[in-house]
Design a protein around this ligand. Structure first.
Ligand code: SF4
Length: 110
């Protein structure tokens, strides 16, 4: 199960120019097990800060700077594609329905 708007862009994603722009650093980021923050899972060697040692406002500012400089279009992974589909892809209601169908009940411990 996936968002229909996300799946619809795979033809674009396999072309040389890829899907752009990428909103990593603005709408999503990656945090590794050591607290290092990067634009995404493919930028682990370019941390903008660390949750354990840097102020959140500093990390946020660096993420936005990295986002503005980023011209990468080399992936269309679901961590990027789902949020971009919901925020910018149009057809919000059908995509929200797909998103809801991707969820499942989780029993709360009690
Ligand atoms: S296109 Fe993919 S690999 Fe490139 S910065 Fe964006 S999320 Fe990372």
């Amino acid at each position: 199960m996936q968002l229909r708007g996300y799946l619809a862009r795979f033809g674009e994603a396999v072309r040389e120019e890829g899907v752009g722009p990428c909103y990593a650093g603005k709408n999503l980021c990656n945090v590794d097990s050591q607290g290092n923050v990067t634009l995404c899972i493919d930028r682990l060697d370019e941390p903008v800060g660390n949750l354990l040692t840097d102020e959140m406002s500093t990390i946020e500012e660096r993420l936005l700077t990295a986002h503005r400089r980023n011209e990468c279009r080399s992936c269309w992974t679901s961590c990027r594609g789902a949020i971009e589909t919901l925020m910018y892809g149009g057809d919000l209601l059908p995509n929200l329905l797909d998103y809801h169908r991707m969820t499942r009940e989780v029993a709360l411990a009690g």
